[in-house]
Design a binder for this molecule. Structure first.
Ligand code: SF4
Ligand code: SF4
Length: 122
């Protein structure tokens, strides 16, 4: 069955989640991708937060406030797609994406295919 969402038409809401938790394996993958040691990658790309050892660092974003440090805030896409963490590979874990449904609804209602709907993470 075809996916019910299209990330290419989305401003990257899921990449703005406050907690993007990584595994040790994810940090190893990031290190390899950037030709760095594990410690360098851990220190540069992650921080300890929310009781987790490795949480993705974030950067400012005009639409969502903050977003993953690896997100291209102009092109609105992931810059490390091949090396992205498991949680990003798995999301949204089903054939539909709740945010995309919401976005499509708003775009149709506003008759604006470029509209970016901003919701706060709870
Ligand atoms: S919020 Fe949904 S549609 Fe948007 S990038 Fe993430 S998975 Fe794709
Ligand atoms: S690694 Fe890529 S897909 Fe995952 S949150 Fe960051 S920008 Fe989004």
């Amino acid at each position: 069955m075809a996916k019910g969402y299209d990330c290419m038409k989305c401003p990257g809401y899921c990449c703005s989640y406050p907690l993007i938790g990584l595994t040790k394996r994810d940090v190893e993958r990031l290190a390899k991708h950037h030709d760095m040691s594990f410690k360098e990658a851990r220190d540069k790309f992650t921080e300890e937060a929310h009781g987790r050892k490795y949480v993705m660092r974030r950067q400012k974003d005009e639409h969502f406030g903050k977003i993953c440090r690896f997100f291209d805030t102009t092109a609105r896409r992931c810059t490390i797609y091949e090396a992205r963490p498991k949680v990003c590979r798995d999301y949204p874990n089903e054939d539909r994406c709740g945010y995309y449904d919401f976005l499509q609804f708003e775009r149709e209602a506003q008759e604006d295919p470029e509209f970016i709907a901003v919701t706060n993470h709870k």
